[in-house]
Design a protein around this ligand. Structure first.
Ligand SMILES: Cc1cc2nc3c(=O)[nH]c(=O)nc-3n(C[C@H](O)[C@H](O)[C@H](O)COP(=O)(O)OP(=O)(O)OC[C@H]3O[C@@H](n4cnc5c(N)ncnc54)[C@H](O)[C@@H]3O)c2cc1C
Length: 250
C-alpha cells in the first residue's frame, strides 16, 4: 500500500492524542529476518512515556485506509523522530507495507502517544519485572532504555521468549545491558532451538530472586504468551494488582 497523505491536519480542539499527525519515514533498517526498525519523523516524537504506543494510519491512492498500533521503541531524544520495530507478518496489511515497501520519504499518519497505564518512567520506581514474547518485547525495550538513562539503580529483569536467537529483537543490546548494567538481568528462552523451551515456574523464580519483590510488572506479547506468563508470575506470589498486560494478537 502506498500512502497519499499530503499535509498535516489543521489545528483543532481535539486532544493531541486523538488527532492524526503527518509523519515521514526517516530511516528503515533490518533488525532480524522478520523485523525492521522504522524511524518516523513526526511532531509527536518525544512526547511518549516508555511503553506507550502510537496508532499508524496508511492511506492508499484510492482513499482506502488502514490503521494499526505499534509500540514506540525509542525514548525521547533530540532527533525529532521515533522508532517502531515492526514484525512483517505474511499477508499483513500494515506490517507488510512497513516490511516490504516503506522507503525514506514516504508519508503516513500517526496519533498518540497512547496507553498511560502500560508505561513506566524513573519516578514510578521498581524493582521492575518485564516479560515479553516475540515482538512484545518492544515496549519493554523502551522501558529498559529509559531506565538506563534515568534510574539505572532500579533492579530490573526481562524474561524474553522468542523462537530462535536469530529472531530475538535487539539481542545484542539486551545482552550488552545484561553484561554491563549492574542491576539488570536478561532471562532469554528460545522455544524452537535448544532444550529449555517455554518459560516456566523455575525461570520466573530465578528472575524474582535476582530483583527481589517487584513493584512494577509489565507483560507483553500474543495471548498465547501473556496468559500463561501472567499465571506463572502470579503463581510465584506477585500480586495480580501490579501486573500490567498488553496483547498484540493470538
Ligand atoms: C498496543 C499494541 C502495540 C503493538 N506493537 C507492535 C510492535 O511494536 N511491533 C509489531 O510488529 N506489532 C505490534 N502490534 C501489532 C500490530 O498492531 C498489528 O496487529 C500487526 O502488525 C499486524 O497487522 P497487519 O496489518 O500487518 O496484519 P493484518 O492484515 O491485520 O493480519 C494479517 C494476518 O496476521 C494475523 N495477525 C494479526 N495480528 C497479528 C499479530 N500481532 N501476531 C500474529 N499474527 C497476527 C491475522 O490474523 C492475519 O492472519 C501491536 C499491537 C497493539 C495492540
Amino acid at each position: 500500500m502506498s500512502s497519499g497523505i499530503s499535509e498535516i491536519e489543521p489545528a483543532s480542539a481535539e486532544p493531541i492524542v486523538f488527532r492524526w499527525y503527518e509523519a515521514e519515514v526517516a530511516a528503515v533498517t533490518v533488525v532480524t529476518p522478520r523485523v525492521k526498525s522504522v524511524r518516523l519523523r513526526c511532531a509527536i516524537a518525544g512526547r511518549q512515556r516508555a511503553g506507550q504506543h502510537v496508532d499508524v494510519r496508511l492511506t492508499a491512492e484510492d482513499g482506502y485506509r488502514a490503521s494499526r498500533s505499534y509500540s514506540v521503541a525509542s525514548v525521547p531524544d533530540e532527533s525529532g523522530t521515533l522508532e517502531l520495530l515492526v514484525e512483517g507478518l505474511p499477508d499483513g496489511e500494515v506490517s507488510g507495507w512497513f516490511f516490504d515497501s516503506a522507503e525514506v520519504g514516504d508519508k503516513l499518519e500517526l496519533r498518540g502517544p497512547i496507553g498511560g497505564s502500560f508505561s513506566w518512567d524513573g519516578p514510578d520506581g521498581g524493582p521492575l519485572l518485564l516479560a515479553g514474547g516475540g515482538s512484545g518485547v518492544v515496549p519493554l525495550l523502551a522501558m529498559l532504555r529509559r531506565r538506563a538513562q534515568v534510574a539505572p539503580d532500579i533492579p530490573a529483569a526481562l524474561i524474553y521468549s522468542v523462537r530462535t536467537r536469530a529472531e530475538a529483537i535487539a539481542l545484542d543490546e539486551l545482552e550488552a545491558r545484561d553484561r554491563d548494567e549492574l542491576n539488570f538481568s536478561l532471562f532469554l528462552r528460545t522455544t524452537r532451538e535448544g532444550e529449555e523451551g517455554r518459560i516456566d515456574a523455575a525461570l520466573v523464580r530465578a528472575a524474582l530472586e535476582r530483583i527481589g519483590a517487584p513493584r512494577k510488572v509489565f507483560l507483553c506479547g500474543s495471548n498465547r504468551f501473556v496468559s500463561p506468563a501472567a499465571d506463572l508470575i502470579v503463581g510465584a506470589g506477585v500480586p495480580a494488582t501490579i501486573v500490567r498486560t498488553e496483547r498484540f494478537g493470538e
